[in-house]
Design a protein around this ligand. Structure first.
Ligand SMILES: [Zn+2]
Length: 69
């Protein structure tokens, strides 16, 4: 399955999803060809996957921090 970052997905789908609406993992975006947080699924209310979510948030925070250097 093709994976796209939020920016590429919103642009393609005409949607306005945010990091709060989706599950993200660091991977290669097939839209812009960069290693970024890509959308792997949509968050469900009360999801028991909070640990994976926490890990992905840490990865994304590190990515944002490193991309500012
Ligand atoms: Zn992209």
């Amino acid at each position: 399955m093709a994976e796209f970052c939020l920016d590429c997905m919103n642009e393609m789908e005409g949607t306005h999803y945010t990091e709060e609406n989706v599950e993200l993992e660091m991977d290669l975006c097939e839209g812009c060809g960069q290693i970024k947080p890509v959308v792997v699924g949509f968050r469900r209310r009360g999801a028991a996957r909070w640990r994976e979510w926490l890990v992905s948030r840490v990865q994304i925070a590190l990515w944002k921090w490193s991309s500012r250097l």
